[in-house]
Design a protein around this ligand. Sequence first.
Ligand code: FES
Length: 117
Amino acid sequence: MTRPQIEVFVCMNVNCRSRGAQATLERLKRQLKDRGMEHVKPASIICFAACNVGPNIVIPSRRCWLSGVLPEDVPDVVAYLEGQADVAHLQQHNDPALEEMIFDTIDAGLLDKGESE
Ligand code: FES
């Protein structure tokens, strides 16, 4: 059975990158591969305008924004993608107005997407 594709956007702009976003993305890609989750497609994004609470990850199909995501949080993110974990602890710094803006930007197709990883 083919599973629906899930895009996972990881900010790779300067602020998030300086806080470990590259290591987070690499660990995410490795864990997804190890678990056979090829239907989950990580992609680099150039800024969600939520720089002060980064590193940021957004999963559009779940209307889910995760902030302050460090490499050690990746197992929780993967478990969430598998439907087996709550990620509220990675949303405690989210600003509701900014969250609405992020999803409005995505819905309008205005997000500066990089290549799928
Ligand atoms: S640098 Fe990541 S949200 Fe701006």
